[in-house]
Structures are given as C-alpha cells and as structure tokens.
Design a protein around this ligand. Structure first.
Ligand code: DGJ
Length: 709
C-alpha cells in the first residue's frame, strides 16, 4: 500500500489545461510550462531526458517573465511603468511558435502579454543543438496608448534548484584581466556588473561559470557557462531564496538607464548565451568554442594572421625608416603581417604621446612624410600584409576634431571634466558621430586600399557622462551608445565582409560575443609577462576559442627565456611585439624557427578541442592540450612555473581526449636547439592513464609535445 502511494505521488501527470514547451539541444533541455492561469513557468533546466513525457511530472520552479508587482517576492526581470504611474505588469502566455532556422536548428518564440496594460514581451530561444548552446533574448513591445518607461529589461531569467551553487567570476583590472575566483552562493544576492559605459570589461567580464552541487571541475559535475552579448553595461544577478533556489537574471545593467518606449515601439534586449554540461567545465568550454567558431565570431572558421606589432618596440617614437626596418623583420621572421600601432597621426596636435591628436586621423607628416601608402607599399613588396591601429570612438581635448565639434564628445561643460588617459569618449548615440566614425575607416580603406587589418582600440570608460545629443533623455545614453557602435560596425561589415579586425580596449576591456560578430579576435591584455599570461589566457579559455585570443611575445619579464614566452603565445593567436635587433642572434633565429613550428600546428590550436589539464592556479605547473576533431593529431603545452625545491620529480602528465585504442607517436617540438626529439609511441590509453613526463622540477621551463596517430 505504501508503495502504491509513492507511485501516485510521483506520477502526477500534467494537468490537461497546461501546455509544455520543450527547448532541446542534443544533450540539454530547458522546459517551460503554461499553467491554467496562462502564467509561464520554468520546470526544468538540465540534462535532456530520453522520454520527453517524463517532463510532465516535474513541478514549477518559478515564472520565466517575472515583472514588478506580479506577486513574486524576489528580484524581477522586468519593471515597466507608464505615465499614469502604473508600475505593475502580469505577463501571461498568448502563443508560441517553433521555427526551423537556416542552420537546421530551432527558434522558439513565445508571446506574453499583460491583459490590463496591453504591453507584451516576446521571448526568443535559439538552440544550437550540436554545440549544446542556447541563446535567448526578449523583445518588449509598448502596446499602451502612452509612453512606457523601462526600468528593468532582462535578457533571461533562469531558475536552478540544487544542493549548492558555486559561482566562478572573472574579474581584475588593466593588465590583470579575468582573474578567476570561485565562491559558494548563500542566501541573498550576488551581483556582477559594469557601469563603465565603454571599455566595460576593464574590471569585470560579462561571463560566469556556475557549478551545481560541488566546486567546478574540468571533467565532472554540472556546469553552466553563461555570457551576455553586449558591449556595454551588463549585470548578472544571482539570487538564492529562502528555499535555497537560485535565479539568475542576465541583461543590460539598468543603472542610470531608464528607457522610454513610445507608443508601438519595441525594445530588443541583447542575447544571453549559455551552455550546460554534466561533464564539467572542460566540456562546457568546448561547447562554447565550437559554437563561437561555427556560429558567432567573424570568420570564425577562417584563417588568422601572425603579425609583428610595433607598439612595444617603439611606442610613439618612430619614423618611416624605423617602421620599414620592422616590416623587413616581420618578413624575415616569416610572419603574415605588420601592424602599425598608435602614434601615426595628428599634425596640428601630433600624436607623440597620449596627450594629443586622437580624432585627427591624418598621417603625421614628420614621422611619415610619404603617408601610409609608403608603408603599405613596403609590406606589399615583401609579400606581407599591413594592419593599422585606430581608436575611432575617442578624442583628445587637444585635437582639431574637438575644436570643430565640441558637442560630439560625451562631456559636460558646466564643471571640471575628468579624463581617463587624457581623452574623452565620442558620442556614438549621435548619428553624425556614427557617420564620422564610419567615414574615417572607409576613407582610410579607400585612400590606402592595401590596409588589410584594423586593431580597434577603446582606452577610456565614459567619464563626465552627459550627451549633448540625448538632451531630453540622458538615461538612454549608455544603451544608444552601444547601438550606435553596432550600427557603424554593421555598415563596415556589409562593405568589408571579411576584413579581419582585432577588438581591443586598453588590453582586454571589451570581450563579449556581440562585438565578436564584427571582430575576428581580441587583445587579451597589455600584460604580456608570460607567467601572468598563463593565468590570463587560462581565464579567457573558459569562453573563447584560442584563435580569438591574441597572444604576443614581448620584452615583458626579462627573467623568462624566449622559448617559454613563445610557447605561451602559441596557445593562442600568436604575434610579436618586439624589436628583434634587441634579441641575441640565437634568440632571433629561434623566433624564426618557432614561427615555422606554429604554422605547422596552428590548425590544431585553432580548430581543435581544448583540454585544460593542469591549472596555473596551483602555481607550480600548468598544461593544456589541443586535439583535432578526428583525434589524430594533438599538441600538448606544459609549463613549470614555480615548482617547490622538494618537487624535483613531478608526476607524469595524464592527457585527455585521445582515443584509448589508437597508437600515438610523440615527439617534443619547438625546442630551442631547433631539433625535434622523439619520445616514443604510446597508446591513447597509456597516455591518458599513466601519462607523459612533461613537467620538470626546474623553474620556468616549458615543453611542447606533438602527437600523431
Ligand atoms: C592600449 C592597447 O591595449 C595597446 O596594445 C596599445 O595599442 C595602446 N593602447 C596604444 O595606445
């Protein structure tokens, strides 16, 4: 009898009036249910079940579209008021539709509406089945006969229910990007956000890892990686309630961003993109990487150019002769491109330091008397490409641009202004400024058609936040700025669909997946100390595939040898930022050899699957490996950081992702002596169970191994 009662309790089937919406990828399901009052609930987020019918037995976890005043006691996703002071909204299900997308995935669109105020919200859920990624956003439509004001407008509200929640956040500062810290979430709210306007990820990155039940691990455990595709202010709110249930609200940071919607207008939120895995953070990252390459990053499956950048070689102090010498060096090294950085422009106010010239994008006649075309001619002669640094959203108060258009800068004029790096942000909410920025870049490409690449910098957050253009609605500025930025990028992408571009913001101050629709890669940090880079690149690897992470070899940290530096840079999109004449002959020769090595393995690093083997956060050793999709070729990078004196015989490094039954020939490559060394032939089983002697007890050594079936 007792047995029978249990069955009756658990097999409670879905009430007839309820309707279920199942959003599936290959291994993940998000299940929503409409109740008899037409309220939309989430009933599940987790591993996809074999029998869809069994979702019927699950109970409601919480509403999907919680708005202010609808009877919920915790943080709402939406807060929309009208002129009459009506602050409440109850969003009820109206209809939904599932469409097949061009890439053979699905998009589910759910319409909800408030019966009293006629405002509606459309929720979009796009699935990427093979990659186990779901992206979701909302459209808010003002159906009232009066303006409404958006105070909160989240992209997603997800409910989770687990014994414990561990949040990994990625934060830091200039030259210390994406430091990882994990903490257990307890009752109350934890917020990760940015209100910097531009260069928004200087302190906090717009992504997180959430681990359920136990601390995040690479190969086991339930992990959700989430990120917001928005190059402006963002906010993630994690709220644990009295029953230990967690809700995660992701979206634009509503800070100082009350947004007015006129009658009939629609507001589209940015995308929240997430993946869920029950096999740890390693698989979750690989999901996001595959999705990014196939579906998101500009030319995600295309080639990437190795390059020599002059920034750290010359800073502002260069002339045509010096640059041509560097172009020659780039060619000698076997690189694909030379990239000219900051300092090439400005005449009335020459850009000889960061005090002046931003905004005046004409080549400086003293440094470059023959203009940019003389340089592109030099690269063309050598058979390499030419790239150019720009920072088109910014202006120095000492510039001709600000003299001509004082109202184009975001700045108040009735009190002392404050500057970040002596500059102001141009008001990209203003269509005239958008046109100016587009024309600057288009003009450069027209007058100098051999420019094949841009590094687009953005060094300042917004200071003195006031827009002459948005006079009557200052609180629109943070949002309209980002829309203006995208409008320019859209025009550029339409006209130059395959122009590679590096996203840069004073190091890694802009790192989001909406910007990466327009950029092929991003500058991870101005910190190129190879030891720090091990941590920084490790952090970014949770979200971004290696081919998008620009990693340059520089003079930072003279105690570390060139091989170690290059081995670190090889784990991303490698480049150099060095004056080779400062290197010893053998070091310079090794650089040349290393470029050849890299060209032979970069397809595995760019298109393969990443396995993070040993975290640098243990401070003694770190290792990662990339393996191609057929599990035939792999590259292993192993670094000894600061092993303790007593640890002279480290344990073998166990590899991952190989096929146990396959035999792999292993050799050490990229050795300083230029000779490859055979290590032996081992089964995948052996390499994954016993491992490879990859670490040493010495400090600051590095080894690269190549495996082939
Ligand atoms: C900041 C970037 O991160 C650097 O790489 C360099 O381009 C400087 N700006 C130039 O001002």
């Amino acid at each position: 009898m007792k047995y029978l009662t249990t069955i009756l309790l658990t097999v409670s089937i879905l009430p007839l009036s309820a309707q279920q919406i199942v959003i599936n990828t290959e291994h993940t399901a998000l299940v929503l249910r409409v109740d008899k009052d037409k309220r939309l609930h989430q009933t599940y987020l987790g591993k996809r079940l074999i029998h869809e019918k069994e979702y019927d037995m699950l109970s409601n976890m919480g509403e999907v579209c919680i708005a202010n005043g609808n009877g919920d006691y915790f943080e709402p996703a939406f807060h929309i008021s009208n002129n009459k002071g009506n602050e409440t909204l109850v969003l009820k299900y109206v209809s939904h539709q599932v469409k097949k997308t061009e890439d053979n995935n699905t998009e589910t669109v759910i319409v909800l509406s408030d019966e009293v105020r006629q405002n509606s919200v459309r929720l979009f859920y796009k699935t990427y089945s093979k990659e186990d990624v779901i992206s979701t956003y909302a459209e808010i439509i003002n159906g009232e006969q009066q303006p409404v004001y958006l105070y909160k407008y989240a992209s997603a509200l997800l409910h989770l229910n687990a014994e414990a929640y561990y949040l990994t956040q990625f934060n830091g500062d200039w030259a210390a990007e994406v430091g990882m810290t994990e903490s257990r979430l307890g009752f109350g709210k934890k917020i990760i956000d940015s209100n910097l306007g531009t260069r928004t990820n200087m302190f906090a990155s717009p992504f997180f890892v959430l681990s359920l039940e136990k601390n995040a691990e690479e190969n086991t455990g339930k992990a959700l990686i989430g990120t917001l595709g928005w190059t402006g202010n963002f906010r993630f709110t994690f709220e644990v309630d009295h029953e230990n249930k967690l809700r995660v609200i992701s979206g634009i940071n509503p800070y100082n961003s009350k947004y007015e919607l006129k009658v009939g207008e629609t507001f589209k939120t940015p995308e929240f993109i997430f993946t869920y895995s029950e096999r740890g953070t390693g698989e979750a990252s690989r999901n996001i990487h595959s999705w990014a390459r196939r579906h998101r990053v500009k030319d995600g499956q295309g080639e990437r150019l190795t390059l020599l950048n002059n920034w750290e070689a010359t800073y502002f102090d260069f002339n045509e002769k010096k640059i041509i010498a560097l172009i020659d060096e780039a060619k000698t090294l076997g690189l694909d491109m030379f990239l000219l950085d900051d300092g090439w422009f400005g005449n009335k106010y020459p850009r000889n330091n960061d005090n002046a010239g931003l905004g005046d994008w004409q080549p400086n006649k003293k440094k470059l008397p023959n203009g940019l075309n003389a340089l592109t001619a030099a690269t063309a002669k050598k058979g390499i490409k030419f790239g150019l640094w720009i920072e088109p959203e910014m202006v120095n108060p000492k510039s001709e641009l600000i003299e001509q258009h004082p109202d184009w800068a975001i700045a108040w004029n009735d009190r002392t202004q404050s500057y970040f790096r002596n500059q102001l942000v141009l008001d990209m909410s203003n269509p005239e400024v958008q046109a100016y920025v587009f024309n600057i870049i288009d003009g450069l490409l027209t007058t100098c058609p051999n420019i094949s690449y841009f590094k687009w910098d953005c060094n300042s957050p917004m200071t003195n936040v006031y827009s002459a253009y948005e006079q009557s609605c200052q609180s629109h500025l943070f949002i309209d700025y980002v829309k203006g930025f995208y409008a320019v990028l859209d025009r550029l992408k339409t006209k130059y669909p395959h122009l590679p571009m590096m996203l840069c913001a004073g190091g890694g101050g802009r790192t989001d997946y909406e910007a990466l629709r327009y950029f092929t890669e991003f500058w991870a940090s101005d910190n190129t100390d190879p030891i720090d880079r091990l941590y920084i690149q490790w952090g970014y690897s949770y979200l971004f595939p290696a081919k998008t992470i620009c990693s340059h070899v520089t003079a930072w940290n003279k105690k570390v040898d060139i091989k170690f530096k290059i081995d670190v840079a090889m784990m991303g999109k490698m480049g150099f930022d060095l004056n080779f004449s400062t290197l010893s002959k053998p070091d310079a020769e090794f650089c040349k050899y290393a470029v050849q090595t890299y060209n032979g393995i970069k397809d595995i690093i760019f298109e393969g699957n990443l396995y993070r083997l040993v975290s640098p956060y243990n401070n003694t050793h770190t290792a990662s490996m990339f393996i191609d999709n057929a599990s035939k070729r792999a590259v292993v990078f192993a670094f000894d950081i600061f092993p303790r004196y007593s640890k002279t015989a480290p344990q073998p490094l166990r590899l991952q992702g190989l096929q146990a039954a396959k035999m792999y020939r292993v050799k050490e490559i990229n050795r300083y002596d230029g000779k490859e060394q055979k290590i032996g032939t081992f089964s995948g089983d052996y390499l994954m169970s016993i491992g490879l002697q990859a670490f040493t007890g010495k400090r600051l050594e590095s080894h690269v191994f190549y495996l082939e079936e």
